[in-house]
Design a protein around this ligand. Structure first.
Ligand SMILES: *Cc1c(COP(=O)(O)O)cnc(C)c1O
Length: 452
């Protein structure tokens, strides 16, 4: 399904004027909701200005409440692999809604979606949740329950949802037990979390040397995407898999972002499937929900068999495996064939080259990094290997770049540390809108101080 979902009538988008209606809604939102948003990444705090309130979306395009159209390079932060309002996904969801929306009993689409996930990925069994946060939280509980150990190792700059134990701050150095990264998380919740620099084998070896027989699991994004895209260095995930095995700890890859997005098998399709290793547990979300709240964790049959009601580790959810969400996810995954990934890959290749050319022309220091079809643009010299490198990105230059793109009908992530997402609906018109906007945005970035 790589064809655009609907032909566009107009050839040029409405010029972006003052977003009056968005501003009025934002004022109302701020009065009743902290920061006016229901997830912090949606706010414009990092770039300034007013977040656009989106009234509708079709294919690669968002339309805001002022009637402005934008090429969407957020794609709901990953889920919309086929673009917005895909006709077949919509039809399947509408048919499912007509049959009722939640029963609190097992249903057919849960089984079919689980089978689809098992067929594509290294997991043998899977359990659904409603969010990626719940999936990682549950995977950690299961790893602790299975091993009878408590310590969890994670990497600075890897985001695993807002799980207390995983919101530990960066910068704590080699194998130091972490301090909480946010008020509201007690030290007792992160006191068993070890935070290490990403892509640093020596740090991992030192942590296992110190805590080895206490480590329940090591959790890592299969390829880091939440500090911008920072792929694991070749062999890094294989090394993690091996050192976990050696110490009797479980290796947990978080594919909430990369799953069914980086490739049809997730990031594992790039390394594990080729190199011949499998993670013990994997978490999924985003694409597998087809734009609805659905996520999952899965893995080795013997580990998953420890979950209630088969085993003693408790985990549950009133809306887990919801029939509408699993129908949307199943329909999305069934449509996500090789052609879809090839289309997104080609679109990403075109945009990456054009961004780099535009920034180079203005002398703006930058690095473009990829993980399968995902990519991001750091406004700093590369390579970016870890969170410390990513933190050097020029956020003022990015803010200027972001607003210049927005004015030219392109909605980028309002943060310098995020991946840019494309879909199979990003057709020539959408891509050329992005390409046309780039030279002026690069000039704005240079003027804001991004020139090397
Ligand atoms: C988005 C994300 C999560 C959290 O998922 P939610 O559905 O937002 O709770 C966890 N891990 C990774 C890698 C993610 O990108």
């Amino acid at each position: 399904m790589s064809a655009p979902t609907a032909p566009r009538s107009s050839q040029t988008s409405t010029p972006v004027r003052d977003p009056e209606a968005s501003r009025a809604l934002f004022e109302r939102a701020v009065a009743v909701t902290p920061g006016g948003v229901n997830s912090p990444v949606r706010a414009f705090n990092a770039v300034g200005g007013t977040p656009r309130f989106i009234a509708s979306a079709q294919g690669a395009w968002l339309t805001d409440v002022d009637g402005h159209e934008y090429v969407d390079l957020i794609c709901s932060w990953g889920p919309m692999l086929l673009g917005h309002a895909h006709p077949e996904v919509q039809a399947a969801v509408q048919a499912a809604v007509a049959r009722g929306t939640s029963y609190g009993t097992p249903t057919t689409p849960e089984v079919e979606l689980a089978e689809e996930i098992v067929a594509r990925t290294p997991v043998e069994r899977v359990r659904f949740t409603s969010s990626g946060t719940e999936a990682t939280m549950s995977a950690i509980r299961l790893a602790r329950g299975f091993t009878g150990r408590d310590v969890v190792i994670k990497f600075a700059g890897c985001y695993h949802g807002h799980v207390d134990a995983l919101l530990a701050s960066a910068g704590s150095g080699l194998a130091t037990l972490a301090v909480p990264g946010t008020p509201g998380v007690p030290e007792s919740a992160t006191g068993l979390t070890v935070v290490l620099p990403y892509n640093d084998r020596a740090a991992v070896e030192a942590a296992f040397a110190e805590h080895g027989d206490r480590v329940a699991c090591l959790i890592t994004e299969a390829a880091a995407g939440n500090m911008g895209v920072v792929p694991p260095e070749p062999g890094f995930n294989a090394f993690l898999s091996e050192i976990c095995r050696r110490h009797g700890a479980l290796f947990v890859t978080d594919e909430v972002m990369t799953g069914f997005r980086a490739t049809r098998q997730g990031y594992w399709g790039i390394d594990g499937a080729v190199e011949g290793w499998t993670p013990d547990l994997v978490t999924f979300g985003k694409v597998m929900g087809g734009g609805f709240p659905a996520a999952a964790f899965g893995g080795r049959a013997d580990v998953m068999g420890r979950l209630a009601p088969e085993g003693p580790v408790y985990q549950a959810g009133t809306l887990s495996g919801n029939p509408i969400a699993t129908t949307a996810g199943l329909t999305t995954l069934r449509l996500a064939d090789d052609e879809v990934y090839a289309h997104i890959d080609a679109a990403a290749t075109t945009i990456k080259a054009a961004v780099s050319e535009a920034l180079s022309a203005e002398g703006v220091a930058h690095t473009v990094q990829s993980a399968g079809t995902m990519f991001s643009v750091f406004l700093t010299d590369g390579p970016v290997r870890d969170f410390a490198d990513a933190s050097r990105t020029d956020t003022a230059a990015y803010a200027a770049f972001f607003h210049a793109m927005l004015e030219r009908n392109v909605y980028l992530p309002p943060s310098a540390y995020e991946a840019w997402f494309l879909s199979s609906a990003h057709d020539d018109r959408a891509i050329s809108t992005v390409l046309d906007a780039l030279p002026a945005a690069a000039r704005a970035a240079a003027a804001a101080g991004g020139a090397a």
